[in-house]
Design a protein around this ligand. Structure first.
Ligand SMILES: NC(=O)C1=CN([C@@H]2O[C@H](COP(=O)(O)OP(=O)(O)OC[C@H]3O[C@@H](n4cnc5c(N)ncnc54)[C@H](O)[C@@H]3O)[C@@H](O)[C@H]2O)C=CC1
Ligand SMILES: O=C(CO)COP(=O)(O)O
Length: 336
């Protein structure tokens, strides 16, 4: 019998815990790293992570530790699931602990502030493992639904297709169907920018602008995501796949999405501080809207919806004023 695949998942937040369950259900031996001892204790003694998924039983082959070295030892896959803006610091600490041939897997959907790097670029910058040992999991994967083993498809992307196939096999379950893709740039941008568009749609929903507005924002949001992707060398077809349209539709239609909910609260008139105070988990678009806009400007790409979100979230622009500005931009052909 062949040895079971080992996976370390750093850390045990919402998506880390749910994806750890997927890996375990697919037959991997999974070790979750959590910062807080009480989370580790709960996982190991009650088989639940009550802060994130109360009442959901974790599979037998998931255990937890507060020691990142213990989690990372011998791992075939080292899955990274921290907020995008803390990844660089976290990985700098973890890099010396990584198993020699481990594949680093990013679950994160963000762009780093300051450097405007995608998560796989930050990983390579810090861990220096090369793109063939860095993979990305993305797509319409709201963690709470996955933890309830509700069906979803996903994309596992790596420049080395054989590595993507190994990861695909390691996370394929009856309820989680991963497809491979070698367009890492497109897959990561799809995930990061959909959080920004999710904020925009949430704001529109909060303002009561209706479903035509939602359909328009989703479509024009995808258009600006595709423009950015093409400027960065992505395959435009990636954006009509799970990492693009699929994820965008799930986020923009679900009350489970933190980005969508964050936007809805702003659109209803909450201040930024009030909205941050009621948001318990990571809403990546709040910070990444600025880094996505930075990336777009570096490449001369026009992203009006992203710019509007930055105006509302970071510059205190009232949503009604931002909407008026967005609608009164000069008329254009749909494709250019
Ligand atoms: N929750 C979801 O449905 C999905 C989330 N994602 C992405 O996964 C990534 C992680 O998000 P979630 O798990 O949802 O967020 P979360 O807020 O539920 O969990 C974040 C985890 O990181 C830990 N953490 C926070 N600050 C840290 C620091 N400074 N150092 C080390 N650990 C720290 C927290 O303790 C927590 O375990 C994000 O990039 C998100 O966009 C992607 C797909 C689905
Ligand atoms: O990325 C996600 C679903 O695929 C989760 O979206 P939120 O981060 O907005 O909750």
């Amino acid at each position: 019998m062949s040895k079971p695949v080992k996976a370390a998942v750093l850390s045990a937040g919402s998506w880390g815990t749910a994806f750890g369950m997927v890996l375990a259900d697919a037959g991997c031996e999974v070790t979750l790293w959590a910062r807080r001892p009480e989370v580790v204790e709960a996982i190991n003694s009650t088989r639940t992570n009550p802060d994130y998924f109360p009442g959901v039983e974790l599979p037998e082959n998931v255990r937890a530790t507060t020691d990142p070295a213990e989690a990372a030892a011998d791992a075939d896959f080292t899955v990274l699931s921290v907020p995008s803006q803390t990844l660089r610091g976290n990985l700098a600490e973890w890099s010396p602990l990584l198993a020699p041939d481990t594949v680093l897997v990013s679950l994160m959907k963000g762009v780093e502030l300051g450097s405007a790097m995608r998560m796989s670029e930050v990983i390579d910058d810090v861990a220096k493992v090369g793109p063939d040992r860095i993979a990305v999991v993305t797509g319409p994967n709201l963690a709470r639904e996955i933890a309830a083993r509700m069906p979803a498809a996903a994309v596992v992307a790596c420049t080395d297709e054989a590595v993507a196939q190994r990861l695909q096999a390691a996370c394929h379950t009856p309820y989680f169907r991963p497809y491979t893709n070698t367009d890492v740039v497109g897959c990561e941008l799809g995930g990061a920018v959909k959080n920004v568009i999710g904020l925009a749609v949430g704001i529109a929903d909060g303002m009561g602008l209706g479903d035509n507005a939602k359909g328009s924002l989703i479509t024009r949001g995808l258009a600006e995501t595709t423009r950015l992707g093409m400027a960065l060398g992505a395959d435009p077809l990636t954006f009509s796949g799970l990492a693009g349209l699929g994820d965008l539709v799930a986020t923009c239609s679900s009350p489970l999405s933190r980005n969508h909910t964050f936007g809805t609260n702003l659109g209803k008139g909450m201040t930024l501080q009030e909205t941050i105070a009621v948001t318990k988990q990571t809403a990546e678009g709040v910070k990444s809207c600025e880094s996505v806009l930075d990336l777009a400007r570096r490449h001369g790409v026009d992203m009006p919806i992203t710019e509007t979100v930055v105006g509302i979230v970071h510059e205190g622009k009232p949503p009604v004023v931002a909407l008026k500005e967005l609608m009164s931009r000069s008329a254009k052909p749909e494709r250019r």
